[in-house]
Design a protein. Structure first.
Length: 401
C-alpha cells in the first residue's frame, strides 16, 4: 500500500524524471532491471532514491533484480511514444475476451439475470473494446515509424538486413494484423464488433431497464467511434505500410543482386546492358487512326424526336372538395371504407395512387382519429395492390368543437 500522497509521488517523478527514464530504457532493452544497473542509476542522483522508488511502488523486486510496475511503464511508453510492436497473437487475445463477454451478456438477457451483473458486463465489454483499439493504434504507429526509419536507413544497416527485416514485418506483423482488422473476414475482431454494434443498438432502444439502456447507449457510441478508428488503421496498413515495405524489399533485392554481380561479374554470361534501340513514341499508323476518328463527326446523323400522344389520366386530387365531404359526414366510423366509397362513386376502378392521396386527409388538424380498441382490420383492393388497413373512426378535433 502506498502511504505517500499522490501529489508527492508526482512531484518525485517530476524531480527525478531522468532516473525513471533511465530505468524505463533499461527495462525496454533487457526486459528487466538488474540490481547492479539500478544501483548505478541511483548513485548518480543519491542513494535515497532507491528507497523512494520502492516506497512509491515504481519498481518491484523480481528475485535479486527489479522491474518497473506496469502502470509506470505504460505511462512512460505513452509519454515517450516508445511502443514496442506487438505480435498479432497478443492483440488477438481480445477476440476471446470480447466474444466471451458478449456471449454472457446475451445469456443474461435471455435468462433475465441480475440487472447489476448485466450492467457491469456491458461496462467491462466497453473497457475491453477501448483497450483493444488503443493497442491497435499503438502497434500501427510504432510499425509505421519503424518502417520509415528503415526506409531512410538511419542505422546504416546492410541491404540484405533491410530485406530480411522488411520481410519479417510483413509476414509476422502487417499481414496478420490486417487480417484481424479486415471487416470482410468472418473470424476477424472487426466483424465481431459489427455484430456487437447491432446488438447494442437494439439494446439501447428497447431494453426495459433505463440504467442498462444507458450502458448500451455508451457501448453503441463507443463502437461507432471504434469502427471508424479501425478502418483508419486498416487503411494505414494497406495503403502506406505494406507498399512501403514492399518497395524496400524490392529495391533492396535489386541493389543486393547488383552488388553481388559487381563482386563477380564473370560468373555468368549477361546480355548487353547498353544495347541501343530506336522506337517511336506513337504508332506508325497514328495518322490514319486520327483521321478515321475525326471523319466520323463530319457527317452527323439526323436525330428525330417524337412526342408521345398516348392518353393519360390528368386527375388532380381536389383536397378541399373531399375535405368538405368528410366534414359533412362526421363522425365517420370507418375512414378507409369512406375513401373507397367516394372514389368508387367517381371512377370505375380504384387506383392505388388516388387511394393514398385520399388517405392524406387524416393528417389534417381539423380531424381527430380514434383507433379500434380490438385492433380490427379490413382489406381493400386497388388496381395494383391488396391492402390491409386498420379501422379508424374520424371525428371533429376538440379545437374545432
Amino acid at each position: 500500500m502506498i502511504k505517500a500522497e499522490p501529489r508527492t509521488i508526482l512531484s518525485f517523478l517530476h524531480t527525478y524524471f531522468e532516473v525513471v527514464h533511465d530505468l524505463f530504457a533499461i527495462q525496454s532493452e533487457d526486459g528487466i532491471i538488474r540490481k547492479e544497473m539500478l544501483n548505478r542509476v541511483c548513485e548518480r542522483h543519491g542513494s535515497f532514491i532507491q528507497a523512494k522508488l520502492r516506497d512509491y511502488r515504481v519498481v518491484r523486486p523480481v528475485g535479486e533484480d527489479f522491474e518497473m510496475r506496469d502502470a509506470y511503464f505504460k505511462m512512460m511508453e505513452f509519454l515517450l511514444l516508445e511502443f514496442k510492436p506487438l505480435l498479432p497473437e497478443t492483440i488477438e487475445k481480445y477476440m476471446m475476451s470480447i466474444s466471451e463477454l458478449f456471449l454472457k451478456i446475451r445469456r443474461s438477457i435471455a435468462q433475465q439475470s441480475d440487472r447489476d451483473i448485466l450492467q457491469e458486463r456491458v461496462k467491462n465489454l466497453n473497457q475491453q473494446i477501448r483497450e483493444f483499439v488503443d493497442m491497435v493504434e499503438k502497434n500501427t504507429w510504432r510499425l509505421l515509424n519503424e518502417t520509415r526509419d528503415l526506409k531512410s536507413n538511419i542505422e546504416r544497416i546492410e541491404y540484405r538486413d533491410k530485406v530480411h527485416k522488411a520481410s519479417f514485418w510483413i509476414e509476422y506483423y502487417i499481414l496478420p494484423l490486417n487480417k484481424i482488422l479486415d471487416v470482410n473476414h468472418a473470424d476477424s475482431i472487426a466483424q465481431k464488433l459489427i455484430e456487437i454494434s447491432e446488438f447494442a443498438n437494439r439494446g439501447r432502444l428497447d431494453f426495459a431497464e433505463e440504467t442498462v439502456r444507458s450502458e448500451f447507449e455508451k457501448l453503441y457510441v463507443q463502437l461507432l467511434q471504434t469502427n471508424g478508428d479501425l478502418l483508419r488503421q486498416s487503411k494505414i496498413l494497406t495503403n502506406e505500410l505494406l507498399p512501403l515495405l514492399e518497395r524496400i524489399r524490392t529495391e533492396s533485392l535489386i541493389l543486393t543482386g547488383w552488388i553481388e554481380f559487381l563482386r563477380n561479374p564473370y560468373k555468368a554470361a549477361v546480355p548487353p546492358l547498353l544495347k541501343s534501340q530506336r522506337g517511336l513514341v506513337y504508332a506508325k499508323d497514328m495518322l490514319y487512326k486520327v483521321r478515321e476518328f475525326f471523319q466520323q463527326f463530319e457527317h452527323p446523323e439526323n436525330v428525330y424526336l417524337e412526342e408521345d400522344d398516348a392518353p393519360f389520366d390528368k386527375w388532380i386530387f381536389d383536397r378541399e372538395l373531399y375535405k368538405s365531404k368528410l366534414n359533412a359526414e362526421l363522425p365517420v366510423p370507418d375512414f378507409f371504407n369512406w375513401c373507397v366509397k367516394e372514389l368508387g362513386a367517381s371512377f370505375p376502378e380504384i387506383e392505388t395512387e388516388k387511394f393514398f392521396a385520399m388517405t392524406g386527409l387524416i393528417f389534417d388538424e381539423e380531424f381527430s382519429i380514434e383507433y379500434n380498441p380490438e385492433g380490427a382490420r379490413a382489406g381493400i383492393r386497388t388496381t395494383t395492390s391488396q391492402l390491409t388497413v386498420p379501422l379508424l373512426r374520424i371525428e371533429a378535433s376538440e379545437k374545432i368543437k
